[in-house]
Design a protein around this ligand. Sequence first.
Ligand code: GLC
Length: 493
Amino acid sequence: MEKLKIVLVSSEVAPFAKTGGLADVAGSLPLALKGLGCDIKVFLPYYRQAKKQDFGIKLFKKNIITKVGSEDINFSLYHCEKENVDFYFIEKDDYYDRDFLYGTSTSDYPDNAMRFAFFASAVLSSIVAMNFKPDVIHCNDWQTALIPFDLRNRLQNVKVFKNTHTLFTIHNLAYQGLFARDVAYQLGIGDEFFTPDTLEFYGKLSFMKSGILYSDAVSTVSRGYSHEILTPEFGCGLDGLLNIRRNDLYGIVNGVNYSDWDPKIDKNIKANYDETNLGDKAKCKKDLLSLAKLKSSLEAPLLGVITRLAEQKGIDIIADSIEEIIGFGCNLVILGMGDEKYHNLLTELSKKYPKNIAVKIGFDNVLAHKIEAGCDMFLMPSRFEPCGLNQMYSLKYGTIPIVRAVGGLDDTITDYTQNKREGNGFKFNQANKDDFMNAFKRALSTYKNKKEWEKLVLKVMGLDFSWEQSAKEYTRVYKTIMKVEKVESCCIS
Ligand code: GLC
């Protein structure tokens, strides 16, 4: 059988450039697809973050021209190979040679619409320049969402795309890429595409709508979230449109790349361990405590949080509960970056309780691994969570997750109190302090029973959330959409 020819496009890809889980997925799913025999190419912007490091990225093609609105824009394409997968980097320093990927902690970059409209366009022009004929272009989140629009409405006659289909994966429906109407003109999106049936959304231009409307299928990163986004509570105003596309909507849970996240081989942690030498997890705890300057005994439960500091993640629930948690003799290590109000709130708390709470504002991959290894429990009280990856990383490191029963967290975590045999964490339902504390207290009382806790830890370390199953599901979706007649009309109404 001929190989599936897939192009995966993402605005961040680990290890090259990362702000969150999207990068982990875009960096690891392609490796799994390659393992299943796909011909896969990955595209991302060539950010400063990637330029600063040594990945062996080399110039591939100079002077490619792409059109955005009425402007012809010249760029270069760079390339590197990692584990037999080809990664391509769109170089345009005016747009990507910046301190951050999307903006600072106080505001997004004002030209984000242009930066990512250009990215979408440049990826398509690169594919043409390479004379590659993809079966499926797999787009991810709003930053890539104009690709299905361009293929359907502008490039429908371009030869290499004659048999190209699109899958649009939503990693987080709350980030939609909404811009002022003027921007539509700048991007060459005329009035015919600025209607409620097309890209208009409450008077703004919506990139997300483009992904949902013009792709051959839509997916999201867990089964639970694929159901939730059809409701007004989680639909972020797009539940109506998503319901129209519900027959083409798939929920495929993310996997874990265990070459990066396995305490047995993890180079970032103090001591490697697995189910046979769990004692060495204590060395990681000791190391983390000293690094975080927490004066705690090894016995006291240590709780970890690694997250984007945003409302979605329930940081306020943690902040509200923190004094009570410390009152139980527990300590916390928190790593993350995001909204300034949470930076301030958490920093204040760590100043008030320096012996018990350590906070690091920023991205720190090494510290993230140390937290997974060194903690006893991991907190994810999210308001919504499309998938969540840290709960799965935590399981492998024997760090018991306490999560809210939403989206991917609900799909991957089974409550231990309710089901001791299958339970792999502690779950609560309502996004409030009482419900969260109830789950925490159940976790704490299990922790106090050393034998029972160790049994739970050993069990969860053995669970398997690797990509293989999910990557197979993606190939099934790719094959399904390849059979879809190419839709010529431009809108669904
Ligand atoms: C987004 C979501 C998160 C998901 C990740 C990767 O960051 O918020 O839940 O795990 O994308 O799909």
